[in-house]
Each structure stands twice: as C-alpha cells, then as structure tokens.
Design a protein around this ligand. Sequence first.
Ligand SMILES: NC(=O)C1=CN([C@@H]2O[C@H](COP(=O)(O)OP(=O)(O)OC[C@H]3O[C@@H](n4cnc5c(N)ncnc54)[C@H](O)[C@@H]3O)[C@@H](O)[C@H]2O)C=CC1
Ligand SMILES: O=C(O)[C@H]1O[C@H](OP(=O)(O)OP(=O)(O)OC[C@H]2O[C@@H](n3ccc(=O)[nH]c3=O)[C@H](O)[C@@H]2O)[C@H](O)[C@@H](O)[C@@H]1O
Length: 439
Amino acid sequence: MNVNVVGSGYVGTTLAACLAEMGHEVTAIDIDESVVETINEGRAPLHEPGLDDLLAEHVGTRLRATTSYADLADADLTFLAIGTPSRSDGSIDLGPLSAAAEMVGEALSGLDGDREHLVVVKSTITPPGLGRVREALATGLDRGDADAGALAGDVELATNPEFLREGTAVSDFRNPDKIVFGTESASALATLEELYAPLIESTDSPVVRTDPETAMLIKYANNAFLATKISLANDLGNVSKEFGLDAYEVMEAVGLDDRIGERFLRSGVGWGGSCFPKDVDALISSAREVGYEPPLLEATVEVNDRQPERLLALLDEHVDVAGERVAVLGLAFKPGTDDVRNSRAIPLIEGLLERGAAVVGYDPVATETMREVFSETEIEYADSAADALAGASGAVVATDWDEFAALDEEFDAMAESVVVDGRRIIERREGITYEGLTW
Ligand SMILES: NC(=O)C1=CN([C@@H]2O[C@H](COP(=O)(O)OP(=O)(O)OC[C@H]3O[C@@H](n4cnc5c(N)ncnc54)[C@H](O)[C@@H]3O)[C@@H](O)[C@H]2O)C=CC1
Ligand SMILES: O=C(O)[C@H]1O[C@H](OP(=O)(O)OP(=O)(O)OC[C@H]2O[C@@H](n3ccc(=O)[nH]c3=O)[C@H](O)[C@@H]2O)[C@H](O)[C@@H](O)[C@@H]1O
C-alpha cells in the first residue's frame, strides 16, 4: 500500500521504517528540514536501536522523507504521529496535532471524487481531544461541518494507538502485545487490516477492533496501569526500606503471581519519559473536566514526584553536598535512549543545585539532549562515569545503564565514596558507602 506518516519522531520514524520493511511504499513528512535530511541520508534523527539499519536499507527504495504535503493525496492512508505534549494544567496541547490535521485536510481537499483516504491518528490523544482533531481535519478540507462531527464520505478518521517503548521501539513494533484498530466503518477497518496483514500473520498478535475513542482510552488506561504499577512498587519499596528490608526480594516473589506479573515492578527513583507523566496527567485532567476526580491516579503521580526527594534525603544523611562536587550517573529517562523528557535526573539535579552542590552529569548518549535543559554554566558534563566520579563527594544514580554495573575502582577516585542508587544497578562493595533507595 501507499502510506504517508506525518511526524518523524520516535513513533513516526519507527512506524515509517517498519511499514517499509513490511513492503509498503512510505512517505515520511516532517516540518523539520534537518529531520527530513537525516532520514533521506538513511539515518535516524534520534537514538533508537535498529532504526539506522532499517532506514539505511529502505530509504531510496520504499521510503522517502519530505517537508511537503503536496503529494499526500496520492497515498491510500495517512498516519498522524505528532507530539501531544502537556500544558501546565496537565491537559494536552492539541495545537501541533490539530495544525498537522488541518494541513492534511488541505492536502486532501483536492482528492478525486471516487477515491477514499483514511487518516489514522497514531498520536496519543484523549477521547474528547479526538473531536478537536476531527474538526481541524474538516477545517482543512474546507467542509466546515465540524458540528455534525463527521467528515465527508471519501475521507475518514480512525485511530491506531501505539504501545512501543523508547529504546526498544523497533523490536516492540515488530512484536506487539496487541494491535488496536479504532474505526467507524468496515472499509476503514479493512484498510488497516490490509496494511498490518504482514505483521499480524508473522506475529499472531491479538487484534482489538473497536471505535476510535475507545481505542484511545485503551491506550491511556494501558499507560495509567503501568505507571500505577510502578508507583505501587515504589510505595511498597519505601515501606520495605523503612522496615530495613529489600523491596526487590519482596517484589520478585510478588511478581510470581500470574495475576500480577513480574514486569514493571522495579522500584526506585520513579517513572519519567515523554509519555507516562503526560498521559497520566492528561487522563486526570480530562476526567476532571467531566466531573470525576480519580484519587488513585492522583496518588500515582504523587508517589512518583516524591521519589527523587527521598533519594536526595538519603544522600543528605551521609554528606552535606553544599559546595561539594556530586556526580549524577545517567541523564536519559531510561537506558537505551537519548530522550531526557521528564527524566528523573532533572529533579535530582534541581535538588542538588538547590543544596548548593556542583553537579557533574554523565550519560552514554543523552548529554547533548540534557544540555538543552541544563546549560554548561549550570552543570558540568563529563565524558565518562570515571570522570564524573573523580573528586566527587557523592554520586546518585538516575538511569540503569548497563555500563554502570561494571563500575568498580572508579569509585576509589571519589573524595567521599557515597553512592545513592535510584535504579539498583551498582553492586554493594567494600570501600563505598552505598544506599539503595528501596533496598
Ligand atoms: N515516544 C514514544 O515512545 C511514544 C509516543 N507515543 C505518542 O506518539 C505521539 C508522537 O510522539 P513522539 O514520536 O515521541 O513525538 P516527537 O516529539 O518525537 O516527534 C514529533 C515530530 O512531529 C514533527 N511535527 C510537528 N508538527 C508537525 C507538522 N505540522 N507536520 C509534520 N511534522 C510535524 C516534529 O518536527 C517531530 O519530528 C505522541 O502523541 C506520543 O504520546 C505513543 C507511544 C510511544
Ligand atoms: O506511550 C508511550 O510513549 C509508551 O510509554 C511507555 O514506554 P517508555 O516511556 O518508552 O518507557 P518504559 O520502559 O515504559 O519506562 C518508563 C519509565 O518507567 C521507569 N520504570 C519502568 C519499569 C519499572 O519496573 N520501573 C521503572 O521505574 C523507567 O525507568 C522509565 O523512566 C510504555 O511502556 C509504552 O508501552 C508506551 O507506548
């Protein structure tokens, strides 16, 4: 099939590359010229394992990138994979997605009368927000019938939420736990089924067929459940630590219960990233708009917000960091990515700066992205964990990069070897004062 993917971030680029791998002709559209140039050179515009190889293989044959919407109507369908960031009140900023939907509408306004085109929202958007995207698309099509809530027969809106994780985006896309189609007509469903047929046949993944709004609520409920699972592990982890017990031993045993499952029970400094924080906030915000205060989701956020301060309080017990050099190991919100959006390293660094510490951060891939959050005048960036630790009076671990597990004599070069681990990646050893956040 002939497919457009509008938005070439983590989701859009992965989707475009994997659809090309499945044999489709794909056009990736992004407003950022540098992103388009990078893709056309056969490279990923972001750090995502396996994506460079896929692009190198398919760019120039089945995949191309462009900033132009001009030929959009030639394809069978168009995905919208635009960011849906949070506003300060927790609701979603629909501006970028609506703007893109309007541009797609304009590009489709000249569609031949006998042709159909499916617009598929891949972005995560609340059910009420979807109405706004429909309106924007209708505005673009210049049909102005948004009140009727429907688009003319030849252009239809569907949803197909994405469940991939950053750092494992390509393998997650190739092996999905489920595929969710939110459609309003049999022909829209048939289009998505045809598009995904190679993946469904090769993986046997379950397919959920529902309406567009329910599909999106499934996405929110999924992320809310996972974030709550981690926050519960953190709450129980804090209790374990106060009892002088090891939360990991406890949760490993708890996870053996099939009804609970062992994944996403790793306690520590909490969840970050571009999605859990914004999606849980958006769900709370849109529930409030319809008159429901969701107490458990609010507690999920509160537990998460407190973990970095709990970690710093442990550091305070061992060293007064005012005027001292403190190493922050890991800047990315999790290993395998250069994404620092809502990374737990950010509140840790802010807390250390408030205490008057001289912060030196190290990350194997996320230094450049973190420089956009903290300038070189605010914190120092080291080229290696060893350089970050040298002369430091304390170290905090924010990300569980594998390479941190191998650190050993590097701790000997610290002025005071106090290590507070927020991710259980450093081994306890002789010669260092080690504190685990929940163990
Ligand atoms: N990052 C992730 O792991 C996941 C993200 N999602 C959802 O997918 C959506 C996209 O997320 P990311 O890929 O992380 O976003 P991103 O921020 O990495 O990428 C968005 C891209 O859209 C481009 N863009 C903005 N306006 C545009 C326009 N009018 N026309 C063309 N391109 C435009 C930007 O230049 C950027 O390259 C969000 O709703 C997110 O919640 C869902 C599952 C996983
Ligand atoms: O909607 C999204 O964008 C995506 O959000 C998450 O994926 P992602 O944010 O890439 O990363 P995760 O692996 O889920 O980790 C999120 C955060 O939770 C933390 N985490 C994870 C697992 C755990 O046991 N403990 C824990 O603290 C990680 O360190 C990280 O900060 C979901 O896992 C994906 O299914 C979803 O598609």
